[in-house]
Write a protein that binds this ligand. Structure first.
Ligand SMILES: NC(=O)c1ccc[n+]([C@@H]2O[C@H](COP(=O)([O-])OP(=O)(O)OC[C@H]3O[C@@H](n4cnc5c(N)ncnc54)[C@H](O)[C@@H]3O)[C@@H](O)[C@H]2O)c1
Length: 445
């Protein structure tokens, strides 16, 4: 039951997603308790800080902790004071490309131990179909002695926000709800409406909602793979892939316009690199050899080496080689406007650059030094101007907004004359880059 903002919300797993959800709910007036097994995370939150590098999140955490609406603990007994329990623990990829659900099991057992009648448990982690009903539900019932759909509510609601714009998306995209019974579904929909101001799309059951998340991410990965292969063709033809895609997307199909996404130097992060493999693994478990997940992953995984190859060609056109050049890399996070380096495709470009023997400088205002070590052995240069000084090539691997705040003419003045500007994220206007004096190249343009 939603008792308005008197209802407390516990968020179990206060990592990237948990912190965004918890901080937004607290900012909107709900009492939120983050529960995590990592003491350092809990200490950070209670000190009004978060290491999660999402735009605007630091302020939300500081304000909400300041007003007393957000707190964190490692003690699951805190669940007793809350009506809602949202579970957002991680589901990494195993060595055989299978989903690892160990944290889900551990969290379910701990939640079950402190469950009471009237609780609504909402799982948000990305999981294979049937996890909510066949894995989580029996653990909760066994640990609590209560019955799902009778004594407590249970639902799966996939998290579909994108890092970099997570706070906005959390309060703007509809939530898919798949619950074990109608009462749980209604309570979930009421919570999302009251708490986040978003509508729910209620599907038949948790397994359908679990499949929705996998379908969404398979679509994104495949769509980007399509854009990336179009970009490779356009590169060979000397054509602008973005112009092709923009015009192609005016075609109506199935009641809406085509929506081919944008090519880039690679796809990374915690979701798109694993969720297609979850689908592949699911297919195998059902005796199906699926082609799409493998294809999308394979195509997108070619892009870092492809981007490095473009750089080699551009330098060769100027009679230079990568190894003899000074290269300035801008952005190492896995996408624009985040500091998240988990499974970033930029690492593969940096590995190739480091192996080439080139003189390399690297800058990313979003990424802390200890995180940067997971991507490159080269220490970050804190200042963009020092990074690009005398560079033969600027290589943009994440198109952070800070890079757009420095005038392009200033960057061109600092770089070597006639320097190359390789935009791996197609985030700059080619005409403006050329007008500043660079030799421009994007992915597919
Ligand atoms: N990062 C994204 O953009 C994104 C988007 C949509 C969905 N998801 C999904 O959301 C889930 C969480 O992703 P994330 O990026 O926030 O992961 P994360 O690794 O940043 O956070 C997971 C947190 O859970 C904590 N944890 C682990 N075991 C626990 C337990 N037993 N009890 C309490 N806490 C525990 C960890 O300490 C960690 O802080 C994953 O299933 C992911 O696929 C992520």
């Amino acid at each position: 039951m939603v008792r308005g903002k008197r209802s407390g919300i516990a968020v179990v797993g206060f990592g990237y997603i948990g912190t965004v959800i918890g901080a937004v709910l607290a900012d909107r007036g709900w009492p939120v308790t983050g529960v995590d097994v990592r003491q350092a995370v809990v200490d950070d939150i209670n000190a009004g800080r978060t290491a999660v590098p999402e735009p605007g999140l630091g302020e939300l955490v500081a304000n909400s902790v300041g007003t007393g609406r957000l707190q964190a603990t490692t003690d699951f007994a805190a669940l007793g004071d809350n009506d809602f329990v949202i579970v957002t623990v991680g589901t990494p990829l195993g060595p055989d490309y299978e989903p690892i659900v160990d944290d889900i099991k551990a969290a379910a057992r701990a939640v079950g131990t402190h469950l009471r009648a009237g609780h609504l448990v909402i799982l948000k982690s990305t999981v294979p179909p049937d996890t909510t009903e066949k894995l989580v539900l029996p653990i909760l019932e066994d640990a609590s002695g209560l019955r799902a759909g009778v004594d407590f509510g249970l639902a799966f609601c996939p998290e579909r926000l994108a890092e970099g714009q997570a706070i906005y998306e959390l309060t703007s995209i509809p939530v898919v709800v798949g619950a074990v019974d109608e009462r749980s579904a209604r309570a979930c929909a009421a919570l999302w409406r009251h708490a986040l101001g978003v509508e729910s799309v209620v599907v038949d059951d948790p397994r359908t909602a679990e499949m929705v998340k996998l379908a969404d991410n398979l679509w994104v990965d495949l769509n980007v793979a399509l854009a990336n292969e179009l970009a490779k063709v356009c590169d060979r033809l000397g054509m602008d892939a973005l112009q092709v895609i923009e015009a192609a997307n005016t075609m109506p199909k199935g009641g809406r316009d085509a929506n081919i996404l944008r090519p880039s130097m690679g796809v990374g992060g915690y979701c798109l690199t694993k969720d297609p493999w979850f689908v592949n693994h699911l297919g195998e478990s059902l005796g199906l050899q699926l082609a799409i997940p493998r294809t999308s992953r394979t195509v997108n995984d070619t892009m870092p080496a492809y981007t490095y190859g473009l750089l080699g060609q551009l330098l060769a056109d100027q009679g230079k080689s990568v190894g003899d050049s000074k290269i300035a890399v801008l952005g190492i996070a896995f996408k624009n406007n985040t500091g998240d380096c988990r499974l970033t495709p930029t690492r593969y470009v940096l590995e190739l650059l480091e192996a080439s023997g080139c003189q390399l400088s690297v800058h990313d205002p979003w990424v802390p030094e200890d995180e940067a070590h997971t991507v490159t052995a080269v220490p970050l240069t804190p200042d963009i101007e020092a990074t690009v000084k005398d560079a033969d090539a600027l290589v943009v691997l994440a198109g952070h907004r800070q890079f757009h705040q420095v005038p392009l003419v200033r960057l061109a003045e600092l770089a070597a004359p006639g320097a190359i500007f390789l935009d791996g994220r197609n985030s700059f206007d080619p005409a403006a880059v050329r007008a500043a004096g660079f030799v421009y190249k994007g992915i597919g343009r």
